[in-house]
Design a protein around this ligand. Structure first.
Ligand code: PLP
Length: 372
């Protein structure tokens, strides 16, 4: 069995049509490898059009995009930022890069994302807060109307970490476009990938122009190298952007496949005692980046993960909340134990769009076997 091909959680999947190579080849043919050029501009325009935003800045990573979103929001040393606790560390790290102070917010069971009640409570405790970072975990959208309502009432900047949710809509509109700023990631494991990269989006074209300026070492317009602000080397290269333009063409296909994977798991596993799938509801149209479930019964997440790994199949626990991480536990947390419970009971199943039906069948059979 060990010799069988590994089944992955989520791995890069280039288009069958070879769209990516066409754009990359164009960059090579014109010798326009770096730094900027047609693919970077094209990728920004095409992505902005796809999601429905006015402006986008192509950057070297989703983390860089979050960093510049915080900077654009005016977050600096000593400022407080509310941050969803149940997430990948890349959501929280840029708060520290800005020497700001994270306060972690719990999730709710309805969305797995930021709990509006906990957010309200945090605003009462820290009325001086400068920005809020909400995450759309595993492609599930947060309850944006409620989160936005609270942020508007307090007049505080909302940043959406949509790294995992490109293609997800909330009440018909793309996640990432609701907040003052949104970010996407094109890291290797995301729904579309450029090998590595990110995008910062906003309807505020001036702030996006400023972010591009920071991302290119803050070079003032002068014949010599002149800098009146701190700069970063965060811009996406023209080759990488070519991959992104090609991948964007197959985003809808990838969402369809991810949905089919989730529906298959649902159909085959829902009856198992103590097993529940990630929450979906009428206002959320997820991209199903990863199919995830929770287990509350005799079969534990570790049993599922071990059984799959024995058959060379990748699976993983749900993100460990930031307020439980050794590095971040010194910071305050508002909420109860929802994110912690999700971490303890959750499993991410293989959701690779290259997976074959026969392979999905094997995954399901192994999991079912644990209930026998
Ligand atoms: C992947 C990811 C990021 C970071 O994106 P990179 O492009 O890897 O820097 C940020 N937030 C979340 C929730 C992610 O999953």
């Amino acid at each position: 069995m060990k010799t069988m091909n590994r089944i992955y959680l989520s791995s890069p999947h280039m288009s069958d049509e070879g769209y990516e190579m066409e754009y990359v080849k164009e960059a090579f043919d014109t010798n326009w490898i770096a730094p900027l050029g047609m693919n970077v501009n094209g990728f920004e325009k095409e992505l902005a059009l796809k999601v429905g935003t006015k402006a986008a800045a192509a950057l070297s990573s989703g983390t860089a995009a979050l960093h510049l979103a915080l900077k654009a929001a005016g977050v600096g040393a000593g400022d407080i930022v509310f941050c969803q606790s149940l997430t990948f560390s890349a959501t929280a790290n840029p708060i520290i890069y800005q020497n700001a102070i994270p306060v972690f917010i719990d999730s709710d069971y309805e969305t797995w994302n930021m709990c509006p009640e906990a957010l309200e409570e945090a605003f009462i405790k820290y009325p001086e807060v400068k920005a809020v970072i909400v995450v759309h975990l595993y492609g599930l959208s947060a309850d944006l109307d409620r989160i936005m309502g609270i942020c508007k009432r307090y007049n505080v900047t909302l940043i959406e970490d949509a790294a995992e949710s490109l293609g997800t809509t909330y009440k018909g509109k793309q996640t990432g476009t609701f907040g003052d700023y949104g970010i996407y990631s094109f890291n290797g494991n995301k729904i579309i990938t450029t090998s590595g990269g990110g995008m910062l989006i906003s309807n505020d074209e001036e702030r996006i122009a400023k972010a591009r300026f920071w991302a290119m070492q803050s070079r003032d317009p002068a014949p010599h190298y002149q800098h009146s602000e701190l700069g970063y080397n965060y811009r996406m290269s023209n080759v990488v952007a070519g991959i992104g333009r090609g991948q964007l063409k197959v985003l809808d296909q990838r969402v369809e496949k991810k949905r089919a994977i989730f529906e298959f798991y649902q159909q085959e596993l829902s009856h198992l005692e103590g097993l529940s799938f990630m929450p979906t509801n009428e206002w959320n149209r997820p991209n199903y980046w990863l199919s995830t479930l929770t287990l509350k019964g005799k079969v534990q997440p570790i049993d599922v993960m071990n059984a799959l790994e024995t058959e060379n199949i990748e699976s993983r626990p749900i993100w460990k909340p930031m307020h439980k991480q050794p590095y971040f536990e010194r910071y305050d947390f508002v909420g109860s134990n929802v994110s912690e419970r999700l971490f303890e009971t959750g499993v991410c199943l293989p959701s690779d769009t290259k997976v074959k039906d026969e392979e999905l069948g094997r995954v399901v059979k192994i999991i079912r076997g644990l209930w026998k």
